[in-house]
Design a protein around this ligand. Structure first.
Ligand SMILES: NC(=O)c1ccc[n+]([C@@H]2O[C@H](COP(=O)([O-])OP(=O)(O)OC[C@H]3O[C@@H](n4cnc5c(N)ncnc54)[C@H](O)[C@@H]3O)[C@@H](O)[C@H]2O)c1
Ligand SMILES: O=P(O)(O)OC[C@@H](O)[C@@H](O)[C@H](O)[C@H](O)CO
Length: 420
């Protein structure tokens, strides 16, 4: 869309300042992924970025127009200053509405639980665009959420109806809800980093963003890191992300916690943990290769590369961040039960069972006031439905964790090599 005619926040300056020819990307969420990844690739590609943020501190920091961005590897830091952004408060509904009206693309990166508020804010702007006869727009979901497009379309439908917008289906016909597969790992900034600058963010070097090109309604943004393939179903990428990357990552976090680690890198550098994690990642890699007819060596290479990336000692990613929200991670289709179903169908579910047991144990730890058995029961029922032969093994692992098993005791119960 050409924004030279856009009615937007800059209209009142139109006489004095020539219109900005850069395209406008609106990013809901200026957090780790929003500013550490999406903001970076859009700004590097010459886009104007408008962050919509609910944290006043981040609105102030990003609204200053520049922020510091560190890319870290085990051997050093590449530091740069990103510029060309603005920020509006998510609470300023009129401003958000104007920004959506003037957007060439929208991204969300707020966390799954915050999508309903984003849908409410987006809906008004989408209705305005429709009323003015604007062209199609894509909303990219930069979230870890299974079946996110269906969820977001449902939320927008509800919200447009609630706002009594006529022709909801027609409004949404022109809106692409585009799932992405975010592979870049970005830790929560430390207090020391926040003291240096409220928007400072440190990221790993990986910066490809596969997305569901088939879901796009508008032109694909001219951003080189966006990878859309017409010859491979996007579900291959989303499954690969959840069942290799997120499964292995979260198992590393929970096993690391059992070993008393706070960070991911030292956890995966422990050969006892690496053996268990590799076993699970290779099993899902083999299953995905069979399911999608994709070459196994590339998936094994992907798994090995991920394990090396987990071992980035400068990233200081924490077991807390990677393991957070076990309830969501235990949803059907998510990294644990989804990987269990996948491997039950294509082979080797037994190496995923320890992950399910660790996750349910983490859930009980995160809610010390609730009855643990009430939290275990629904997961156990799913395990029993998917792999009835492995329920006993699941019970044994959960019991050992409840009885305070340390890493060696837990690993001794597994049918995997202690190290490779
Ligand atoms: N950090 C990673 O390595 C990583 C990688 C892949 C995917 N993800 C996924 O990306 C998403 C974002 O994760 P993150 O790590 O950036 O989290 P984050 O907490 O760092 O960032 C989320 C940001 O959204 C803001 N926010 C919340 N509700 C909002 C609203 N209604 N409107 C506008 N802003 C709002 C928060 O203030 C916060 O700044 C999640 O779905 C996460 O699972 C994270
Ligand atoms: O964000 P979550 O809680 O779904 O998962 C935690 C991490 O595995 C995840 O954030 C990864 O770092 C990310 O998906 C990789 O880019």
């Amino acid at each position: 869309m050409n924004h030279q005619n856009m009615p937007s926040t800059s209209d009142c300056h139109a006489a004095a300042i020539p219109p900005d020819p850069r395209k406008r990307g609106v990013i809901f969420g200026g957090g780790a992924v929003g500013r550490g990844f999406i903001g970076e690739i859009l700004l590097d590609a010459g886009w104007n970025v408008i962050f919509v943020e609910s944290s006043a501190a981040l609105v102030a920091a990003l609204g200053a127009g520049t922020y510091r961005h560190d890319t870290v590897t085990s051997s050093g830091v590449h530091r740069k200053t990103l510029s060309g952004c603005t920020a509006v408060s998510a609470q300023d509904t009129d401003a958000v509405r104007r920004e959506v009206l003037g957007a060439d693309v929208v991204f969300t990166s707020v966390g799954a639980r915050n999508l309903p508020q984003v849908a409410a804010a987006l809906a008004a702007g989408l209705a305005d665009r429709h009323a003015k006869g604007y062209g199609p727009l894509d909303v990219f979901l930069a979230e870890n959420i299974h079946d996110g497009a269906t969820i977001m379309r449902g939320l927008l439908t509800e919200e447009l109806s609630r706002q009594q917008v006529p022709d909801v289906a027609v409004v949404l016909e022109r809106i692409g809800i585009v799932e992405t597969s975010i592979g870049r790992m970005i830790p929560v900034p430390t207090a020391a980093q926040e003291r240096q600058h409220a928007a400072l963010v440190a990221v790993e070097p990986y910066r490809q963003l596969p997305f569901d090109v088939a879901a796009c309604r508008a032109d694909v943004p001219d951003v080189p890191e966006l990878l859309g393939r017409h010859d491979v179903d996007f579900s291959f990428y989303s499954d690969r992300k959840l069942y290799i990357h997120n499964l292995g990552h979260c198992m590393t976090a929970y096993l690391g916690a059992l070993a008393g680690q706070d960070e991911i890198a030292p956890s995966i550098l422990d050969p006892r943990i690496a053996g268990v994690v590799r076993g699970a990642m290779y099993a899902t890699a083999r299953s995905l290769s069979r399911k999608y007819g994709q070459p196994l060596p590339a998936l094994i290479h992907h798994s090995d590369d991920l394990m090396e990336r987990f071992a980035n000692t400068s990233l200081h990613d924490t077991v807390e961040r990677v393991g957070r929200d076990p309830e969501r991670k235990l949803n059907p289709g998510e990294r644990f039960l989804g990987a269990l179903s996948l491997t039950a169908q294509w082979g080797e579910p037994q190496v995923v069972i320890p992950g399910v047991a660790l996750a349910v144990h983490q859930l009980t730890l995160s809610r010390p006031k609730e009855n643990p058995m009430a939290m275990v029961a629904p997961v156990r029922a799913e395990v029993s439905r998917i792999v009835p032969d492995l329920v006993e093994c699941f019970d044994e692992l959960v019991t050992s964790l409840r009885n305070g098993a340390v890493l060696d005791q837990f690993i001794a119960l597994l049918d995997v090599p202690a190290s490779e």
